[in-house]
Design a protein around this ligand. Structure first.
Ligand code: AP5
Ligand code: MG
Length: 205
């Protein structure tokens, strides 16, 4: 699944995981975990992430190769935010079969509001938004009841413009690449969260 920052990739991948049991593999989440753990990968990646640039392809491809060796990946996964460049897509095609590609489209002008209002549960990583998806009980996660939440370092107005730029230059060419292989499903991401989930589920049938 690919799309611009704030397209709803993480929101949708969590819902698809809950419904189908297919694990969500988010390179963004994996990189943030590496940064938090202070690993060599995390140290290398942080400068790119803070600047809103893509992390080099070789770092990402190594992460994915390791992740796909884990037992829960044996029946398929849903990639969230990977691949993000043509070289990443080429590398993936050597590692496993890609059956469906979901492109979530959201216009640039609503991305900044989405990104700047996002917060995530520290307990279970559920994604919320100050206005568009608040918790049902103020300050308490709907899913796990945690009262601790995070806001990402790269969720600010300056970095989001670089992330959008990287998306248009390096990631959006994946649409025609996968369309030529006949596996691209383009979905309007500027609608209610439930409607988008049901379109993704139909695309995966
Ligand atoms: P990553 O973590 O993947 O960030 P991103 O692509 O910028 O996408 P986001 O996670 O910001 O948005 P999302 O689409 O998941 O939206 P969400 O569901 O949270 O990557 C971070 C960085 O890591 C990159 O910049 C790069 O440096 C590096 N990186 C990662 N993968 C890489 C790769 N493969 N190659 C190279 N570098 C890589 O939703 C956003 C907000 O909107 C939330 O608040 C949500 O509640 C709300 N929302 C969601 N859906 C809707 C809706 N339909 N209507 C209204 N609000 C909604
Ligand atoms: Mg995400």
């Amino acid at each position: 699944m690919f799309g611009p920052p704030g397209a709803g990739k993480g929101t949708q991948a969590q819902r698809i995981m809950d419904i189908t049991g297919m694990p969500q593999v988010s390179t963004g989440d994996m990189l943030r975990a590496s940064v938090a753990a202070g690993t060599e990968t995390g140290i290398k990646a942080k400068q790119f992430m803070d600047a809103g640039k893509l992390v080099p392809d070789d770092v990402i491809i190594d992460l994915i190769k390791d992740r796909l060796l884990q037992a829960d990946a044996s029946n398929g996964v849903m990639f969230d935010g990977f691949p993000r460049t043509i070289p990443q897509a080429e590398a993936l095609s050597q590692i496993c079969k890609v059956s469906h590609v979901i492109a979530i489209e959201v216009p640039d002008d609503i991305i900044v509001d989405r990104i700047c209002g996002r917060f995530t549960c520290s307990g279970c990583s559920s994604v919320y938004h100050d206005s568009f998806k608040p918790t049902m009980v103020s300050g308490e996660c709907d899913n796990c009841g945690s009262t601790n939440f995070n806001r990402r370092d790269d969720d600010n107005q300056t970095t989001v413009l670089s992330r959008l730029n990287a998306y248009h230059k390096q990631t959006s060419p994946l649409a025609s690449w996968y369309e030529s292989k006949g596996i691209l499903h383009t979905i309007d991401g500027d609608r209610a969260i439930d409607l988008i989930t049901s379109d993704i589920l139909s695309a995966l049938e």
